[in-house]
Write a new protein. Structure first.
Length: 164
């Protein structure tokens, strides 16, 4: 068998210089993908929690300032600008991590619930926010297949109207 392989080629096949570099080159793309998933996943969780906090704050605010007698025939359409501002401020707050989150729409609504409340039926304010979160490292995933587009999701919260 040795006679079939020329001497320079035999030396090349036995030489182990550079194997660490080759192994590093094989492992680096996997490590970069793993790091990108961790960073983007944490950032997306942070952005979603910021949006959820803004929606919760908006629901509580409207529950405090809406009139007690919303049911029946009331309307919460006058609070559109206020709830949008509260959610936007929560999302674009001061953070060291860029969130790249867009508020698509914020919709306040209410429903009437009967029960043992002081005001019967009682109004329940519900705030729904549709948000779009862009992947910062979505193009890195494109190295391993298809690049990731934006994540569209909806956040909602509700609170009983205490009124003024």
């Amino acid at each position: 068998m040795k006679r079939l392989i020329p001497l320079p080629l035999r030396r090349f096949l036995r030489d182990e210089n550079g194997t660490a570099l080759v192994e590093f080159g094989i492992i680096v793309p996997v490590l970069l993908l793993f790091l990108a998933v961790i960073i983007d996943g944490g950032r997306i969780a942070w952005a979603y929690q910021s949006a959820a906090a803004g929606v919760r704050d908006a629901a509580r605010m409207v529950a405090r300032i809406a009139p007690n007698d919303l049911c029946p025939g009331g309307s919460v359409s006058g609070y559109d600008a206020l709830v949008t501002e509260i959610v936007m401020e929560s999302i674009t707050g001061t953070s060291i991590v860029p969130n790249h989150t867009t508020v698509v729409d914020v919709i306040p609504s209410f429903r009437c619930v009967t029960g043992g409340y002081r005001v019967d039926p009682a109004a329940i304010i519900e705030i729904r926010a549709q948000i779009q979160i862009d992947y910062l490292l979505g193009n890195v995933f494109g190295l391993f297949g298809t690049a990731l587009g934006p994540l569209n999701t909806e956040v909602q919260d509700q609170s009983r109207v205490y009124g003024i």
